[in-house]
Design a protein around this ligand. Structure first.
Ligand code: ADP
Ligand code: GLC
Length: 491
């Protein structure tokens, strides 16, 4: 395969460190940088939210988009991410310059104009790809999640020169569904609202548009790529995904090995590497102090950092909190999400304040200390397209206890006797997403923790694994090249 530099536009609704609600923010920072390191010419496109405008000083306008239909006028501001990767910020104050999150207002309700907000993101990507003259034009557009799903649809319904397209699915549970009238608002032809087109049970589906018309579909782990072709994880799109399986790929996310390195992590009380695991103890002490838990070395400390949602199994953790306390262990939870589940967790902490600590909020520094200070990390996700924390946990010598689903199955090796014997074991997997199976896995982890040589072996096995972006970025690059070549051949 010739490894020619390709011009790639990476369209995303969030990018760390400026805007991050979950793993997509991390991926959007790390993957373009890894592709650039391979020699590709990558630019990121993201809305200029208020938080971004606050973080970026230079306001160099490089292009203007004229108003079109319901889309207001917009500008593209050129900036660079901390990695040095160029980013184009889609500046349209009426749609993006407001208090609140990227998708929701401060009360947690979706922005009423999300169809227009993310329709414009896709529209702008297509406009960039179809500029004339000597302007930079992408040869491939990498569309992330439903927010960029209209890119392939616009290119399909408005024929003209086009780049190759790849629709990446980070979470099929979020599909970008809007009332049928949105089709007209967004300038799509009325006939697109059809089961063969962009319609999903009477509504417009941004994600279906991407899945239907992209040249390739990628999801973020090989196991999840299979799971979404069936019920229940296909969330109604399993038929379309199964029909397009020849074009569906699973490429595992990597982790940012600089940001998440226990030997260099500025958020820790004490830094460590595989030869100095005893330094984890100082982090455990610091974490216990910070959370108001008794500074006990002999109480196994389980931690969980996640969106407090059903997907993440936060309710299962709340349900098991009293049993973890009764075991003489400790539980620390950091997260934010559904109010009722947050309340359940807070109630569990009030009932056992010497064993259970819960912090509601988004706190990046604390999440690092939790990774380093905990003995084991809990990920009872009902489904998990990839998941990042189980990889961070292995790197931080904090073995994960995880439900065997999606990317968790692909990255955690269960501590079975055989895997312990051959040195591959890195954590604990359970196979039914319910409290009893989770509890059995916690019990296995607790027993292994009390056996120092076994625990140390698990820690070292996990630390030795390579979760960097290198192999995944190369897999994306190979796919880009194949898609670009196929497009050239068909032109
Ligand atoms: P998802 O994208 O589904 O939320 P991932 O595991 O891919 O799940 O990524 C979540 C990322 O967000 C991880 O880096 C995790 O540590 C981080 N994170 C989630 N909740 C919090 C929080 N409350 N505070 C700090 N970091 C968090
Ligand atoms: C999603 C998924 C998560 C994945 C992340 C980045 O939010 O829920 O599993 O790691 O996207 O791809």
């Amino acid at each position: 395969m010739n490894s020619q530099a390709l011009r790639v536009l990476f369209v995303t609704p969030e990018c760390a460190p400026w805007v991050k609600t979950g793993g997509l923010g991390d991926v959007s920072a790390a993957l373009p940088a890894a592709l650039q390191a391979l020699g590709h010419d990558v630019r990121v496109l993201m809305p200029a939210y208020r938080a971004v405008l606050g973080a970026v000083r230079a306001r160099h306008v490089v292009a203007r988009l004229m108003p079109s239909g319901q889309f207001p006028q917009a500008e593209l501001i050129a900036a660079r991410l901390p990695s040095g990767v160029p980013i184009r910020l889609l500046h349209c104050p009426a749609l993006y310059d407001r208090e609140g999150g990227p998708y929701q207002d401060a009360s947690g309700a979706d922005w009423a104009d999300n169809a227009l907000r993310f329709g414009l993101l896709s529209y702008a990507a297509v406009a960039l790809a179809r500029r004339g003259g000597r302007a930079w034009r992408p040869q491939l557009i990498h569309c992330n999640d439903w927010q960029a799903g209209l890119v392939p649809a616009y290119l399909h319904y408005f024929p003209g020169p086009r780049p190759a397209t790849l629709q990446c699915v980070h979470n099929l549970a979020f599909q970008g569904l809007f009332p049928p009238q949105a089709v007209a608002t967004l300038g799509l032809p009325a006939e697109s609202l059809n089961a063969e087109g962009v319609e999903f049970f009477g509504r417009l589906s941004f994600l279906k548009a991407g899945l239907r018309y992209a040249d390739a579909i990628v999801t973020v782990s090989p196991s999840y790529a299979l799971e979404i072709q069936r019920e229940p994880l296909g969330f109604g799109l399993q038929g379309l995904l199964a029909a397009r399986r020849e074009r569906l790929h699973g490429i595992l996310n990597g982790i940012d090995e600089r940001e998440w390195d226990p030997a260099r992590d500025a958020h820790l009380a004490s830094r460590y590497d595989a030869a100095h695991l005893e330094a984890k103890r100082a982090n455990k002490r610091a974490l216990q102090e910070r959370l108001g838990l008794p500074p006990a070395d002999d109480a196994m400390l389980f931690a969980m950092v996640a969106r407090i949602t059903e997907q993440k199994g936060a309710d299962l953790a709340a349900r098991l909190a009293p049993r973890i306390a009764a075991l003489g262990a400790q539980l620390a939870v950091l997260g934010t999400g559904e109010r009722a589940m947050e309340q359940e967790l807070l109630a569990a902490a009030r009932a056992a304040p010497r064993s259970v600590a819960v912090r509601i909020g988004f706190d990046e520094p604390l999440s690092h200390l939790m990774m380093a200070g905990a003995d084991a990390f809990l990920m009872p996700s009902r489904f998990e397209p990839c998941g990042l924390n189980q990889m961070y946990g292995q790197r931080y010598a904090t073995p994960p206890v995880a439900h065997a689903t999606g990317g968790l199955s692909d990255t955690v090796v269960d501590a079975s006797p055989a895997a312990l014997a051959d040195g591959s074991a890195t954590g604990f997997l359970f196979h039914a997403p319910d409290a009893e199976a989770f509890w059995t896995a916690i019990g296995r982890a607790h027993a292994a923790w009390r056996d120092a040589p076994t625990w140390r072996a698990l820690q070292l096995n996990g630390m030795a694994k390579d979760f960097g972006w290198g192999p995944s970025a190369r897999a994306y690059a190979r796919l880009y090249e194949t898609l670009a070549a196929a497009l050239r051949a068909s032109a």
